[in-house]
Design a protein around this ligand. Structure first.
Ligand SMILES: Cc1cc2nc3c(=O)[nH]c(=O)nc-3n(C[C@H](O)[C@H](O)[C@H](O)COP(=O)(O)OP(=O)(O)OC[C@H]3O[C@@H](n4cnc5c(N)ncnc54)[C@H](O)[C@@H]3O)c2cc1C
Length: 393
């Protein structure tokens, strides 16, 4: 096949969600633009899971055990402390980084036990966590229905706006020399071509030393060869508050409110957003690539939210957003070379935490490609835990 465009790069990143954009940004930043990078998406930048995620940087509140995954999350959360300012300096885009903690309410004695266990090991690990009793929650969050069992606050956790994060990472990467190609698609499976040092889209042939697949929930299908990354659909309700409502209440802390009785697995969380919005999540549904709305889940989430925040029933339900999380069998991402290849890297499977983990993932791949290795121990995230030798289809 003759191609109108033949393009040569040091690295081609396939997929321009939070993960692909972060890798592009860190490669450009750390090489000062000397490493030639192409970022290619079959659609537009940040159009999939990263566009509407709740944006919580929930390193502590979502984690039940110490270990490599917890360390990775905490490392990534640390990076956001400087990344938000640097991205704004380069691009002018404010990613709405807020470090006002995340609170999880104990709705019953069982919840309380789980939260107390989490508090104990996180304290032992030297991290800040605080128990708020029911009286303190009523005092700090008077708009919530009284909660006698109290709750756990992780004051170092926070949030960003996912869509602004992706935009800022991509704009910054471009300013630092990355070439971005939209509406170019690689057909699955694609593993044959990288052995020859190139990948072909419907438009171009990309020749490169490294190919990095940051293709989110589509990675398993695209790579084939036993890569177990599959879509897990999540649904979020976006409410519009009256102008200035959140600001007047001084509410910036996302709040987890426990499991939701529903026809699919669901937990309720409330995320106050700076643009007169409150986001309510979320479900976890395995329905392949189907992103259609589950109306029963919409009703169940709305009911659960109103039980905690009664005023929400008076807000306008602006939209319902569905996205596909990249899930893996053990809930951990795949970060590193695909077994059987020395030029195909996987950067996917971030499941519920891809916004939080975008920062550290970008840094890891910049270190691997520019310095030969990451300073972090990535054994727990090696693709080889699932894939012995990926076949070139
Ligand atoms: C309801 C919900 C709430 C969430 N809340 C949070 C949260 O609060 N905090 C958090 O940290 N995470 C959250 N997440 C998880 C987070 O959204 C994901 O982990 C993250 O967005 C994954 O990013 P990604 O770049 O890997 O994938 P995506 O953002 O899905 O990007 C993958 C890209 O690859 C492209 N692509 C796919 N196939 C091809 C191909 N063949 N050729 C070219 N391009 C291709 C796609 O077009 C897409 O742009 C949430 C997810 C959901 C669904």
């Amino acid at each position: 096949m003759g191609y109108s465009y033949e393009k040569k790069y040091d690295a081609v990143i396939v997929g321009a969600g939070a993960i692909g954009c972060s890798i592009a940004f860190f490669l450009a930043r750390e090489s000062q633009g000397k490493f030639k990078v192409a970022l290619v998406d079959r659609n537009v930048v940040g159009d999939e899971s990263s566009s509407g995620a709740a944006g919580m940087l929930a390193a502590q509140i979502e984690t039940e055990a110490a270990g490599p995954f917890f360390d990775l999350q905490v490392q990534s959360r640390e990076i956001f402390k400087w990344l938000s300012g640097e991205l704004e300096d380069i691009t002018g885009v404010n990613i709405r980084y807020s470090k006002k903690g995340i609170l999880e309410l104990a709705r019953n004695p069982e919840d309380r036990k789980t939260l107390e266990t989490r508090m104990a090991w996180q304290k032992a690990a030297g991290l800040s966590v605080e128990w708020l009793d029911g009286g303190r929650i009523t005092q700090d969050y008077p708009f919530l229905k009284n909660n006698p069992d109290g709750g756990l606050l992780a004051p170092e956790d926070g949030q960003v706006s996912s869509s602004h994060l992706v935009q800022a990472l991509c704009d910054a990467a471009k300013k630092l020399g990355v070439d971005v190609f939209e509406s170019e698609s690689f057909d699955d499976p694609v593993l044959k071509a990288p052995r020859q040092g190139f990948l072909e889209t419907n438009i171009s042939r990309f020749t490169a030393g490294h190919f990095i697949f940051a293709t989110g929930a589509w990675t398993g299908r695209l790579l084939g060869g036993g890569v177990p990354i599959d879509p897990v659909k999540g649904q979020i309700l976006i409410y519009e508050t009256p102008e200035g409502w959140g600001k007047a209440k001084g509410w910036e802390t996302p709040i987890y409110c426990g499991k939701v009785p529903c026809n699919v697995p669901a937990v309720c969380y409330l995320v106050p957003k700076s643009d007169n919005e409150v986001w309510v999540g979320s479900t976890g549904e395995k329905r392949g690539l189907d992103k259609s709305e589950n109306t029963e889940a919409t009703l169940a989430l709305a009911k659960a939210a109103a039980e905690v925040l009664p005023e929400i029933s008076t807000f306008k339900l602006k939209s319902v957003w569905m996205g596909l999380r990249p899930g893996t069998p053990d809930g951990l991402p795949l970060l590193g070379l695909l077994p059987g290849f020395d030029n195909v890297h996987v950067a996917s499977g971030h499941f519920r935490n891809g916004i939080l983990l975008s920062a550290v993932t970008g840094k890891i791949f910049a270190d691997i490609l520019l310095k030969g290795k990451s300073s972090l121990n990535l054994d727990a995230f090696s693709p080889s835990r699932f894939v012995k030798t990926a076949s070139a289809a």
